[in-house]
Design a protein around this ligand. Sequence first.
Ligand code: AMP
Length: 208
Amino acid sequence: MKLILLGAPGAGKGTLASQLINKLGVPSISTGNLLREAIAQKTELGMKAKEYMDSGNLVPDELVINLLKEKIADCANGYILDGFPRTIPQAKALEEITSIDVALSVEVPDELIEKRMTGRRVCAKCGETYHLENNPPKVINACDKCDDQELSVRKDDEASVVRARLETYHKETEPLKAFYEERGKLREMDGTKPVNESFELALKVLGV
Ligand code: AMP
């Protein structure tokens, strides 16, 4: 299956993508993860992307489209795209290289997104993520796996950045729903349910 996951940042696309990988037998591509890797490795792309990401803005289309093209070339049997496309020009560029089957939009209201994202904590050492309410660590603010490692807030999960990211989502990315609706490819699902229920719902909506 050639699947796009649409939805606001924090809607649960990443979690859903990792659950769908086994079920659909295709790899997932997250442009957000690829960009974070590029930043960690201090590549030229990473240096260019960092400022946009830290302030809650989108990385310029040209950079992300080139990154995606490279990765999608290895996905002849299908893919799950998590976080791409995020703009109409990106969707048009994608149309030129591949024909998707479904664009699944994971719907979560802004208030819940803000609550989810500002409660997220990450271990800088092993990358494990926690949530203050939904998935707290055993000891307050400490990683379960790494001794003495304090948890931190990802820069772009800070409250003001989350609001900027939501604004960007509504302005730049939400119009993609109409884009795929016109092409008969859009499906929508409720993303407010607990993780396993959301997964079951996604399977039902996708008919797999
Ligand atoms: P994510 O992990 O998908 O929430 O992405 C984190 C950040 O990476 C976003 O807030 C953007 O700054 C950047 N990013 C990821 N994917 C894209 C994309 N398709 N277009 C532009 N910027 C992106």
